[in-house]
Design a protein around this ligand. Sequence first.
Ligand SMILES: [Zn+2]
Length: 281
Amino acid sequence: MDAPYAKLEQLGPGIARVLAHNPSAFTYYGTQTYLIGAREVAVIDPGPDLPEHVDALEEAIGGRVVVAIMCTHTHRDHSPASRPLADRTGAPLIGCAALALETVGPRADASFDGDYRPDRILEDAEVLEVDGNLVTTVATPGHTSNHLCFAYEGALFTGDHVMGWSTTVVVPPDGDMAAYMQSLDKLRQRNDSIYYPAHGPPVTNPQQYVRHLIGHRMQREKQILRLIGEKPRPIPDIVTNAYPGLDPRLVPAAGGSVYAHLLDLERRGAVERDGELWTAA
Ligand SMILES: [Zn+2]
């Protein structure tokens, strides 16, 4: 694939990017690691622990002081490179909380980086100084319960909360649709001028884009309610009807998102379940 892997791309004053070589149906061309600052830097979403990527990050840092290695969340395509990068630079891991997910049972999730150990956890609205400018934490649970965005000089680094190429996967038990919708609404009330997601191109019309995402999820919810209003249905049947022509690799994720909608609707008393079947309440 012709993409700028392992190359430092300057996007604007004090904002640069290095793309990791981990393309997939979920990551687009791969994870984009951002460097912010000039004389000293912070690294946002160091990415997967691929030697070529960590080498490229070290070269991009070029011996400058790294104030913080910041992870938006702990999916395996975001946080594992934090450890080798911390070893090489001596920088602290400051950002999202670790998640205690089980390795077996209903809360198990192989997509999580269980080895992530932050030195300091940032809370919502907490501020960090990088090269004389402020980075503000915007807590955005939903895609994962520990997801954070980071605001810097009018830009918002959105991780996987808002992506530039696809809608975000929200899969229970850790993913939560009601939290995700609230976190979208939180972004709608902000005035960021550009989003830099971990996957896909920058979003240059953030307000319009977030309103579109909220509308898209509300449409999906209506569609699910309509389908189970016709007759009781299991999740795979809802997916087949709601996502015609879906890439087969994305069927499990779509099933997870439908489940996330159903759990949210169940909490609101709009649907009920009987074994595998979901019905309108
Ligand atoms: Zn993720």
